[in-house]
Write a protein of this length. Structure first.
Length: 167
């Protein structure tokens, strides 16, 4: 099997890897295969409520490696396996992504003519999320969203932000 990245291949890999990942109490968030010459890179993203730590990543790496060693999913192509957390730049696409990011600042763009909204995630459920926008609570339905992404917030280091007075 050629390991070039196609939805068919990534779907097949995800279906094969998910049971082993879920057995560890983790969610399989993404599978991506990229090709560079005769070598492939397999990236697998895992997550769980409360976030993943290095032990979770190590366990997931062993589980993924075991599945790949017992199958021909990657064919005879040499590959590098990278297992990580999804990262802050990953779009919010499932209710669990919203739940895991409660309290974070998010920017939502909508299908149709509605203007984008930026607010803090106050609550979420299976149908949508409530955002705190300039002191008001705004309910947004997942079905109306085109894209939702966590916004990176930089806070100045203590003593550098001008909010402390010197003696």
């Amino acid at each position: 099997m050629n390991a070039a990245s196609t939805p068919e291949i990534t779907d097949r890999l995800a279906a094969a890897l998910a049971p082993s990942i879920e057995a560890l109490g983790l969610d399989l968030e993404a599978v991506e295969v990229t090709r560079a010459g005769k070598h492939s890179m397999l990236r697998v993203a895992v997550d769980k409520d409360g976030g993943v730590d290095m032990d979770d990543i190590a366990d997931a790496t062993r589980a993924v490696s075991a599945v790949l060693d017992e199958s021909d999913l990657m064919g005879n192509t040499p590959y590098t396996l990278e297992v990580s957390s999804p990262g802050v730049d990953r779009p919010l696409t499932l209710p669990r992504h919203w739940r895991r990011n409660a309290g974070r600042l998010v920017k939502v763009t909508f299908t149709g003519e509605a203007e984008a909204v930026e607010g803090r995630i106050a609550a979420s459920d299976d149908e949508g999320a409530t955002l705190s926008v300039a002191g008001d609570e705004v309910r947004v339905a997942y079905a109306d969203m085109k894209k939702a992404k966590i916004q990176i917030e930089f806070k100045p280091a203590k003593g550098l932000g001008g909010d402390e007075q010197e003696d």
